[in-house]
Design a protein around this ligand. Structure first.
Ligand SMILES: Cc1cc2nc3c(=O)[nH]c(=O)nc-3n(C[C@H](O)[C@H](O)[C@H](O)COP(=O)(O)OP(=O)(O)OC[C@H]3O[C@@H](n4cnc5c(N)ncnc54)[C@H](O)[C@@H]3O)c2cc1C
Length: 468
């Protein structure tokens, strides 16, 4: 007997991939996409899987780059999005970029031609009706307002549509701990803290003045009209704070009080930049209060003016735009189901991943999970050592606690090596010394080799249907 249909709401990167995964396993799908009946602020066409901005899927290096690894995992798992991207590739050096129109049209065609998928063009403007017993909601960062409001009411969260204030995130091993030190302000331990939870980067007056000048002269992102939303006073971009007065930052996120420089105990810093642990592994730290809308091209240069961050590697740069995402670590279970209503599963950027490739990957996982559930099979999450597992771990078990009342600390994120468990220590060949660069490469190779071996084990030998 044919299984009952699963409903997928939203035909973007995640929804299209989820529908394909379900149908590839013999599960019928009804895909609900609101365009062209209702438009979003950013989409321009009626095509499924439209790329709203850049046409790049970023690096295709599966050995040295986390998103390149995710590409490879998607390919091995029979992803529609990746197979169409590969066929519509345009020259872009080491990146995988696509002909955006050809790409979206080909995804739309593959979905329309699949005998088990039917597409309805309608807005789902409230919680899906009770008779839809298995639903994947993949409505993205621009989820329509009525549906967002219904989800907000159901989850009891204060907000769902956020003005996405993003502070940069730094890889711990790129911070110079000969300059910075661990300490919480006034050594307060608080609930779950140790009294030494923050990394502190000191600045003298000259360094502070130079930094403020750089912020004031830095070019800001040109925003779309729909992004013109008022700033929350609690999370002003740092360059806006600097505009309000040269001393504002020193009395705000860069205040030096309650801290003693471990390396120079007698010297009082003029200002201090603090970083807070961002993931359970302790491999990533975010710059506290450093949300910014400075252009990406200049951010790294300005932040590397901070002593101890001269060689900082950024897992994510700062940004500020409208976004809609769940507080997933609190609200979703390990297979992306809403704890409060398990017939609803979420996928794509609304879960708190970020990027085209990550959204497609979470769509793939949601599709596989929903198919297994429908077919009465075991629902198995991918190993934490894979890129799939790393991104799923960020979503379902990401950073929850926050010491700032009224704010939550879970933020959307691209896949990056900081989300993977560290590999086994490198075994050095006797008499051979590796440079720092070679060590970094060897570490990344160890992570990606382990990931693909573990992925193959997870995928087993289940045959997957390739797109035409
Ligand atoms: C302005 C902007 C620019 C971005 N630029 C980039 C970039 O350059 N590179 C990058 O990697 N990522 C970018 N992103 C982030 C993100 O990767 C993309 O938004 C990505 O498309 C998310 O995939 P998704 O499937 O979750 O959502 P989407 O691709 O947005 O798909 C969601 C779909 O759901 C539909 N929908 C919404 N509400 C409803 C409803 N109630 N009923 C039925 N259908 C509905 C929408 O019409 C849409 O087709 C950008 C995001 C934004 C907002």
């Amino acid at each position: 007997m044919k299984p009952a249909a699963v409903h997928v709401v939203g035909g973007g990167l995640a929804g299209s991939e989820a529908a394909w995964q379900l149908a590839s396993r013999g599960v019928p799908v009804i895909l609900h996409e609101m365009r062209p009946v209702r438009r979003t602020e950013a989409h321009q066409t009626d095509s499924l899987a439209e790329l709203v901005c850049s046409n790049s899927f970023r690096s295709d290096d599966r050995e040295q780059n986390a998103v390149g690894l995710l590409h490879e995992e998607l390919r091995r798992a029979g992803s529609l999005i990746m197979s169409v991207a590969d066929r519509h590739q345009v020259p872009a050096g080491g990146a995988l970029a696509v002909d955006r129109v050809g790409f979206s049209e080909a995804v739309s065609r593959a979905i329309a031609d699949h005998p088990l998928i039917s597409v309805t063009r309608e807005e789902v403007a409230a919680l899906p009706p009770a008779e839809w017993d298995s639903v994947i909601i993949a409505t993205g960062p621009l989820t329509s307002a009525p549906l967002a409001e219904s989800i907000r009411t159901l989850t009891g969260e204060d907000a769902l549509a956020f003005f996405d204030a993003i502070a940069p995130i730094v890889h711990f091993d790129s911070i110079d701990m000969d300059v910075a030190w661990f300490q919480s302000r006034y050594d307060k331990s608080g609930p779950g803290g140790s009294g030494a939870d923050y990394i502190n980067c000191p600045m003298d007056k000259l360094q502070y003045d130079g930094f403020v000048d750089a912020l004031l002269s830095g070019e800001q992102h040109k925003s779309h009209d729909w992004e013109h939303v008022p700033y929350f006073d609690g999370c002003l971009p740092i360059e806006v704070m600097a505009e309000r007065g040269r001393e504002t930052l020193r009395h705000g996120p860069m205040k030096p009080v309650g801290l003693t420089n471990r390396h120079k105990p007698t010297e009082k810093p003029y200002a201090v930049v603090q970083l807070r642990q961002d993931n359970a592994l302790g491999t990533l730290f975010n710059m506290v209060g450093f949300q910014t809308r400075l252009r990406y091209a200049i951010q790294a240069g300005i932040f590397r003016m901070i002593p101890a961050l001269e060689k900082a590697e950024f897992a994510r740069l700062g940004g500020l735009h409208r976004n809609t995402f769940l507080n997933s670590p609190k609200l979703l279970d390990a297979t992306l189901r809403l704890k409060a209503m398990p017939r609803l599963r979420f996928a794509g950027q609304i879960t708190g991943c970020e990027g085209y490739v990550e959204s497609a990957a979470v769509g793939l996982l949601a599709g596989r999970f929903a198919a297994a559930e429908r077919l009465g099979e075991a629902v198995l999450a991918p190993p934490a050592t894979t890129a799939f597992g790393a991104i799923l771990g960020h979503i379902t078990a990401g950073h929850l606690s926050t010491d700032e009342p009224g704010k939550r600390s879970f933020q959307p994120m691209n896949v990056n090596f900081g989300l993977f468990p560290p590999p086994a220590p490198l075994v050095r060949e006797p008499g051979k010394r590796l440079s720092a660069v070679d060590k970094g490469k060897a570490k990344r190779r160890a992570i990606t080799t382990r990931a693909l071996a573990d992925l193959d084990g997870w995928l087993g030998n289940v045959a997957v249907e390739a797109a035409e």
